[in-house]
Design a protein around this ligand. Structure first.
Ligand code: AIR
Length: 176
């Protein structure tokens, strides 16, 4: 018996796990996204990464968002710096959940990207994580997919327990 109580045969009937799309406004955002890729790989979540810009390639960004649900994606992660409209522009073209990562890419230390990403008008939500919050974007995407995936939910619970134990270990070693 496996964690969600399904037999092996019943599990084979289940649809494949939805993919996560990681869209970045420029390849210069790639280093900041490494923690996102690491988390997705650690949780064995299938993902695809692209460079599309809300300003430089608006047609391609739009086309991707319009087709994303039909192409097997369950969540979109959008990372951009400066006047970061990417997450909002994608969210305008899909009802899949969109997670925005404001990237620190300018003299304003990412505050520009944070406000551009988080301050969406009512009707088109973007779930915005911290400036350069790439790891949390992946974990939030996993939590969204885990609503209908018991195995993924178990992995997230295990990761939480590992984190708890690691903090308690630090506490036990604390010397001041
Ligand atoms: N960007 C690209 N198109 C629109 C925006 N806002 C962002 C990228 C990157 C920053 O502009 O996401 O963070 C600088 O891009 P580049 O290519 O000049 O390094």
């Amino acid at each position: 018996m496996i964690a969600d109580g399904l037999s092996a045969a019943a599990r084979e009937e289940l649809p494949a796990m939805k993919k996560v799309a990681v869209i970045m406004g420029s390849d210069s955002d790639l280093p900041a996204l490494q923690p996102c890729f690491e988390q997705l790989r650690a949780l064995s979540i299938p993902f695809k990464a692209h460079v599309f810009s809300a300003h430089r390639t608006p047609d391609e960004a739009t086309a991707f968002a319009l087709a994303a649900a039909d192409n097997g994606f369950g969540v979109l992660i959008a990372a951009a710096g400066k006047a970061a409209h990417l997450a909002g522009a994608l969210a305008a073209r899909t009802v899949l959940p969109v997670i925005g990562i404001p990237i620190k890419a300018s003299t304003l230390d990412g505050l520009d990207a944070l406000l551009s990403t988080v301050q969406m008008p009512a009707g088109i939500p973007v779930a915005t994580v911290a400036i350069d919050g790439a790891a949390n974007a992946a974990i939030l995407a996993a939590q969204i997919l885990a609503v209908s995936d018991a195995e993924l939910r178990q992995k997230l619970l295990t990761a939480r327990e590992t984190m708890r134990l690691s903090v308690l270990q630090k506490d036990s070693k604390l010397v001041v």
